[in-house]
Design a protein around this ligand. Sequence first.
Ligand code: ZN
Length: 267
Amino acid sequence: MAPLLPVATYTSSHNVRLVYDNIVCESNPRRLFKLYFQATFLKDLLSLNRFQFTFCLTDRDDYIIDWDLTWFALNYSPSHDASFQAHHASRHYTFKFKLFLDDLPLLEKLKITHPDLYIDLLTCRSCCLRKEDLMHLILCSKQRTAMHQIFQSYQNHLFSKLREASELADVDPTLMIRKLSSLSCWSISSSNWSSYALIQGCLPKTFIDLFVELSIPRQSAKKVVAAIHNNFIQKLRRRIWNPRTYDKSRWEDAMHITQIKNYSLAF
Ligand SMILES: [Zn+2]
């Protein structure tokens, strides 16, 4: 049996700093393994087809995904708001994660899972023009005004928090606000993957960097951005997803799909 060593002997910090590619490596083996497995899981997640769009962003320096911020915003619970009750919270979480994983029951997904009910020719039930995938949900002509408004309110929230932080730091916020408003993610188009990434919940490094430049601690900046993003997700669900689901349900009622689904659920 190995002699018992005093705890301090094997937990004391090493006098070696392991640095790789200018990054200081974790010297605590427990944390090192945890980080290693988290990195492996993230690599596996990003190798899925649905996350291929993240590779289209690698040559854009104005939209570098901050994964730490992304996970923080995904797990962030807006429960501090009095109007936000438990049943809202569970719906909010489900919607947020399904959106992040591109797993919302959009028609293009339903055609695969229920080909008997949703024929391949079926188009979006709101505009009836295009096939309905996640990109279409963002671009649908019926939702354009609402989408524009909630994007505008996302920006305005960030602007007002930046102004508050600038006031505290006694800095003119004009340049910061210009930098934020010039980000490519605010212009929605079918070829712009940064707005797609933002809507899906993959948040950019710039959102945090601007606050950190104004001497706001990173942890506080993450909370501010996560709260604003979660507010955006709530609006997206109420103003885009719910009306879209209403249009789809009306069509399903007319086509007797609702009855068939209820019938199969009963048995
Ligand atoms: Zn549409």
